[in-house]
Design a protein around this ligand. Sequence first.
Ligand SMILES: [Zn+2]
Length: 649
Amino acid sequence: MDYKLRMRELIKQINEHNYNYYILDNPTISDAEYDKLLDELMLLEKQNNFVFDDSPSKRVGAEVISNFEKEPHKVPLYSLDKRQSIDELKVWYDDIMSKYPDTKFSFEYKFDGLTITILYENGIFKKAMTRGNGIIGEVVTNQVKTIKSIPLSIPFKQTVIVQGEAIMLKSELEKYNKNNPEPLKNVRNAAAGAIRNLNPQVTKERNLDMYFYAVPYIEDDSIHSQQEVFEFLKQNKFKVHSYNKIVDNFDEITKLINKVDKEKEKIDILIDGIVLKINDFNTCKELGHTSRFPKFAIAYKFAPQELTSKVLDVKFQVGRTGKITPLAIIEPIFLSGATIQRATLNNYSDIKRKKIKINSYVYVRRSNEVIPEIMGIASDTAESKEIEMPSVCPSCGQPLKQEDIETFCTNYWGCPAQIKKRIVHYCSKDAMNIEGVSEKTIDAFYNEFSIRYPYQLYDLTKNDLLQLEKFKDKKTNNVYENIQNSKNPTLEKFIYALGIRNIGKKTAKDLAKYFKTFENFKNATFEQLVEVEDIAEITAQSIVDFFADKKNLENLDELKKRDVVVQESKNNGTGIFEGKTFVLTGTLDNYTREQATFEIESRGGKVTSSVSKNTDYLLAGESVGSKYDKAMSLGVKIIDENEFVNMIK
Ligand SMILES: [Zn+2]
């Protein structure tokens, strides 16, 4: 194809997406896909040495919208050039080091929010502006003033412009979406939509925050490095993220990037990369700018965690408590290192709230440990069609029941999906931990041996197992032994294994700690149950209901007849570690973190996650982290695995 035709096509697409994103606040593709279009256009321009007059690469950002007052920035605000691989970043780094061998860099988070500048005169907050296209921005003074962490007056009395990112915390978004009929797609859109809302009250309700990282203008010219920028900002009580670091070698940069990439999911702020800036401003001035970007700073972007894909179908799954969960089948996408073809939709209300349809494009997000989730609609197509909620259970055909926003199949003892999933749950790692029994195995147990209750597992003989597909001698022996060896569970694992509605691992642990024996737990009244810390009334009611069901009691009786004996909880606060607090770091040879915690707690000790002056012991394994340094500095006693084993002998 003629390259000019392709360039026109790209410009058209980019401008359309720009309009959707900046003017309508309604993005139709993800940032990663947008960047891909822009990258392709810029590559074509470079290869052919030809740029259209209306190319988006000629402007630093997008056009401002018309309903806010527009003004030129006193100092133009540049956007950063970006790199997406460590190798590309190294080229940039080496180039600078070859010219300025003593360069130090400021290493900072790249916040994903809305860039804002604020003008202070005589120490008073005068005006806030969005970045706009970098030359002209929108005046959003009253909106930005609603952000509580921004000072309305500062000690510095000369004219100064500070720059930062208005953001919404992930936890705030979650809170907001829980109670709102119109959920927000992500924190970046939430922040941008809040600032660029004509009604400052709306801004206020979104509980935004702002982190500062630059001083584009200062009257007395007193700042000479990025380090001094942060000092100035801190002195004047601006919020500066504590993460910022000064670095001077590439190994350290690589290490930090990997660390942030790994930890970013746990941080409450959305970070889409890191920023490297040359610390010394004289060097910055000497390096200057390209036509679009400063040469003295660069952004490194992480691989995206959110992409768009098309919904091909929606299947309704029945869980072990009868809850119906819609699962979307999507066009395969590659996201965070895995191919994704299925994503959860939580419940039918969620589908309606997010306006998801079959054949529509949607945002799919994947966090490290969570199953992919559909966040919202990107765009409909001509073939889009509403998703119908089934009126009967897809597994047993019984009518479904609506409870608040969730839908349930209440055919507890007659629904094949529920029965099978309850047994799968009983065998799972955090429950009875019966290894070698997969979902497929339980399917076979259900079909071949009519297994309906957990106790029936213990009646299976080796001859039974040998009849199953793929069960040779070794596997048969293993599965048989694993079943028989599961007869002495801890109280918390057994409570969890029963699969009582609303009882997860943490609740099971709390209950085990409180009731100490299974008999105590089983006989507890509603009033006694709600007395346990963190046990809600709804959970207490689920427990009472569970033990009121004759078939559940029958299963428990039958388990007892088969010598399934629940251990008494040893977490009774007595023993050699009574009153002692432990922190664990690194990996141990003979214990998982869970096992070590159990050994400590069962002897009356406590395990906490961070080292403080109240910590008695740091149990340190291989490859220890920063906890080790902290323990050293606080004089906390550090023990290794051998010492620990000797203590518990
Ligand atoms: Zn059913």
